[in-house]
Design a protein around this ligand. Structure first.
Ligand code: UGA
Length: 446
């Protein structure tokens, strides 16, 4: 019989993983400690914006018309313990307040609660991003606390999904990495992932520490790529070069590649910034801090982008923000998401506001989350409304909608035609033709 699956923690990662497991044909039970979330998911509704996820839930959530009924949600640990053969732990590991290290309290609490209800053989699979060494510690915790004792095994299976592409990345991952302590775990996970493996997805088997490190290494590499091109943007600006052209040219070398070389206001979100910091903190504990000092520079280059955007905007409004209207297009950390965690766009908007600017923000999906985080900023119901009366327009998240804006229509509502493209995604010539002063990060002025 096919293994029955539970998913613990139903945020971006868990909700998507649960729906994807149901899509792959398994019976799935999702658990969250937040009853509000569980109630919503039980109605086939998603508590965040993630393209395609709601459709997938509706297809599988039990009790909905026409669904396969393979997916259910609960807040009961006992039910999870009784139901599952394979338990995926998908809770988050945010940055600790005032420290670089990540906060393991949600993972620890989840594994402790789960262990107590494991009365029969089970495989516990960690998916959360954790400091290396956590899996070994959690395996000991399970052995100590689970009533089923040796019949409970732990595996580590990091997740590489991108927000905005979560469904596609989960159903068709570019690799599956599993850290296992024995053959049984590997065999069971091969069964769970038989679908993607059958499509040719590489299945990499490693030990615990390597599997944990693969995740932080991958995110560190991506962050480094972005900060590298942003460092080149700084040099381009000083030397009157064009970083977009430069990225295109170096990207033709397939050892370098074109991806993740978009210069702009830099990376944000719930993963890259906190993952590189947690990695540095963990390396320090292990006595390997020298190996990762470059990540400090990666982080600084990234944070400098935000300050630089504020400077460019200040310059555009004549040297001081006091009483000046500033339009901010974009609030989320990237397009096709409603996630505003550590968003460069909101960080820039907040800094300008604190310096006396009157900032109005518009975002296609992130308005509610942005309002909760920065209630003192002004919000407009459309891009055009946000731009009304503005002395400068800042393009900070590259939503498709902003590329469709008509430069002449925006020109008709602003006070001054100054646009700064913080994502190098707009058509400079079209804006300049409509009489705009168009500046972009790392590109020549005229
Ligand atoms: C990232 C990784 O890409 C995923 O593989 C990983 O699974 C995930 O973190 C995680 O650890 O959970 P995500 O945070 O969804 O995914 O976002 P990315 O697409 O990586 O973008 C991160 C940030 O970098 C965004 O703010 C984006 O605007 C910025 N970025 C990206 C650039 O500034 N330039 C680029 O060329 C690419």
């Amino acid at each position: 019989m096919a293994p029955r699956i539970t998913v613990i923690g139903t945020g971006y990662l868990g909700a998507t993983h649960a729906a994807a497991m149901a899509e792959l044909g398994f019976e799935v039970l999702g658990l969250d400690v937040d009853p509000g979330k569980i109630e919503m998911l039980g109605r086939g509704r998603v508590p965040m914006y993630e393209p395609g996820l709601e459709e997938l839930l509706q297809k599988h959530v039990a009790g909905l018309e026409g669904s396969t009924g393979r997916l259910r949600f609960t807040t009961s640990w006992e039910e999870v313990g009784e139901f599952g053969d394979v338990h995926f732990v998908c809770v988050n590991t945010p940055q600790k307040h005032g420290e670089y290290a990540c906060d393991m309290s949600y993972v620890d609490a989840a594994v402790t609660s789960l262990a107590a209800v494991l009365h029969r053989p089970a495989l516990v699979v960690g998916k959360s991003t954790v400091p290396v060494g956590s899996a070994a510690r959690l395996a000991r915790l399970l052995a100590e606390l689970a009533p089923a004792g040796d019949d409970v095994e732990l595996a580590w299976n990091p997740e590489f999904l991108r927000e905005g592409f979560a469904v596609q990345d989960t159903l068709h991952p570019d690799r599956i990495v599993v850290g296992v302590a024995g053959e049984h775990g590997e065999k069971l996970l091969r069964e769970v992932y038989a679908g993607p493996i059958g499509e040719g997805t590489p299945f990499v088997v490693a030990d615990y520490p390597t599997a944990e490190l693969v995740k932080t290494a991958a995110n560190s590499f991506l962050a480094t790529k972005i900060s590298f091109i942003n460092a080149m943007a700084e040099v381009c600006e000083a030397a009157d070069g064009d970083v977009v052209k430069l990225a295109e040219a170096i990207g033709h070398d397939d050892r370098i590649g074109k991806k993740f070389l978009r210069a702009g206001v830099g990376f944000g979100g719930g993963c890259l910034p906190k993952d590189i910091r947690a990695f540095m903190a963990r390396a320090g504990e292990l006595g390997a801090d020298q190996a990762l000092t470059f990540l400090r520079e990666v982080d600084s280059i990234n944070m400098r982008r935000r300050a630089h955007m504020v400077e460019l905007a200040r310059e555009a409004v004549g040297g001081s923000f006091l009483g000046q209207r500033v339009a901010v297009l974009g609030a989320t950390f990237k397009p096709d998401s409603d996630d505003v965690r550590d968003s460069p766009a909101l960080n820039v908007a907040g800094q300008i506001h604190l310096q006396g600017g009157q900032v109005t923000v518009y975002d296609p999906k992130g308005m509610d989350n942005a309002r909760r985080l920065f209630p003192t900023l002004a919000y407009a119901p459309s891009a055009l409304e946000a731009c009304r009366g503005a002395r400068v327009v800042l393009h900070l998240t590259e939503w498709g909608e902003f590329r469709e804006l008509d430069p002449a229509a925006v020109a008709a509502v602003v006070a001054d035609r100054h646009l700064i493209d913080g994502r190098n995604a707009l058509d400079a010539a079209a804006w300049r033709d409509a009489g705009w002063t168009f500046r972009a990060m790392g590109r020549p002025r005229a």
